[in-house]
Design a protein around this ligand. Structure first.
Ligand SMILES: *Cc1c(COP(=O)(O)O)cnc(C)c1O
Ligand SMILES: [Zn+2]
Length: 429
């Protein structure tokens, strides 16, 4: 592996550096690692990026590889030969002022990452990580997952012809996500334990078995996910919004978006930075607690209906805090009841998303009420996963109800005989 690349790895804690293609996820001091790009020769411009929107090159058509110089700059020839892409990204940015009015901001936009190939933003990180795994000649990849990472990994590994091994917490994973892992052919191991237990185990197994780990502790996952922020800026014609708001679980995604926007700003492609708000579920809020107390993150036992953010011991918290500080950000928390209320509104707006995604909208509502987000500010909320990832929660909310959640916007199905008169009566009522 004598090949030299234009990036290196650097420890977030002690700043020790390692070669860009060394296969490691942690520093010798156990700190997490960043990909540090040498941007001194980067010639990317808005014009170049906009021109790629009209291109038919599969790399340009991907909402990740369109920004390849800032993601995994292996060079055009290498990427054209090996990139494992499903045309991820290029998700819709919804104008959502009607919904915005209900939460107190007129200028609301929702970036729907559920419109990725496997239904969540994880595809953006996965295309980068699996492409690098292929470049490194890896034959097997693994992850611990609350569901979406495994769905995405299983798909991209299958495309790359690699073995995929998934560690999931038994009985805690939404059906849409479990279906995907099984369907795409991953070896799926259900652990008697929660996500945090699964995460610990998968790191040990990968170390001893020489399997490539693609959880967001893998710094290349973070590189791919930066493209969400890039794409939002391009969607808005490079006019920076006041806020970007998203849910936080393992905290890789907010880390990624902050890192990417700082780089874009350094290159002069955007003129200023937006503020960042990270929303946690109140039952899985270690970052919120640490942020408000000024202390380090202390792991908690996580409990929330929003399974994608049901994480008590977030791997990326140091990187996350650094990014939030760089973007003058805030951290907030919302209850499951608030999440499901927001979800009913997002769904009824014709957009729809899974519960964790809707923590975004619940968080915006809270931050507006508290005066942190001003009513006139331009806010982009990120919806992280597709409505159909968790159909059980939707049906339960609208029918028999969910314990501890008030179904304020229930839309239950109506039973009818097959008689036209009865049906007419129902329709007219
Ligand atoms: C993974 C995921 C999250 C949490 O993202 P982190 O990077 O772990 O903070 C939120 N929502 C959905 C739908 C996810 O799949
Ligand atoms: Zn270190």
């Amino acid at each position: 592996m004598g090949e030299s690349v234009t990036w290196h790895l650097a420890c977030v804690v002690c700043e020790a550096t390692y070669p860009g293609l060394e296969m490691r996820y942690r520093c010798d001091c156990s700190g997490t690692l960043d990909v540090v790009h040498d941007l001194s020769h980067c010639t990317l411009t808005r014009e170049k990026l906009d021109a790629r929107l009209a291109s038919k090159n599969p790399l340009d058509r991907s909402g990740v590889w369109r920004f390849r110089e800032l993601i995994l700059p292996l060079g055009e020839e290498v990427l054209e030969a090996i990139a494992v892409t499903r045309g991820e990204g290029s998700t819709h940015l919804y104008e959502a002022s009607t919904l915005g009015a209900r939460v107190g901001v007129a200028n609301l936009w929702l970036k729907h990452e559920g419109e990725n190939p496997t239904g969540s933003f994880k595809d953006r990180g996965m295309t980068a990580a699996i492409t690098l795994a292929k470049h490194l000649g890896m034959g097997a990849v693994a992850c611990a997952s609350t569901g979406n990472t495994s769905a995405s990994m299983a798909s991209y590994a299958a495309r790359a012809g690699m073995d995929a091994i998934v560690f999931i917490p038994e009985g805690e994973i939404a059906f849409g996500k479990l279906s995907q892992a099984l369907a795409y052919g991953a070896k799926t191991i259900q652990i008697e334990g929660d996500f945090d237990d699964a995460m610990e185990l998968v790191q040990k197994v990968c170390d001893s078995e020489g399997i490539y780990l693609v959880n967001s502790i893998n710094p290349f996952r973070i590189e791919g996910q930066k493209a969400i922020g890039f794409e939002i800026m391009q969607d808005l014609d490079w006019q920076v919004p006041d806020w970007i708001v998203l849910p936080g679980g393992n905290l890789g995604n907010n880390t990624a978006i902050a890192k990417g926007l700082v780089e874009l700003h350094q290159l002069g492609i955007i003129q200023r930075l937006p503020r960042l708000a990270v929303v946690q579920a109140a039952g899985a809020n270690p970052l919120y607690t640490a942020w408000t107390s000024g202390e380090d993150v202390v792991p908690v036992k996580a409990d929330t209906i929003a399974s994608a953010i049901k994480i008590g011991s977030p791997v990326s918290w140091r990187k996350s805090m650094r990014g939030i500080e760089a973007l003058n950000g805030v951290v907030t928390e919302v209850t499951d009841d608030q999440i499901m209320d927001a979800k009913a509104m997002v769904d009824a707006a014709g957009i729809g998303a899974e519960p964790a995604s809707c923590a975004t909208v619940a968080g915006i509502k809270r931050l507006v009420e508290e005066g942190t987000i001003k009513p006139h500010e331009k806010v982009v909320g990120i919806l992280t996963g597709h409505l159909l990832k968790d159909p059980e929660v939707v049906v339960n909310y609208h029918t028999e109800g969910i314990e501890g959640i008030e179904s304020r916007h229930a839309n239950a199905p109506i039973s009818s005989s097959a008689e036209i008169d009865e049906i007419r009566k129902i329709i007219r009522s």
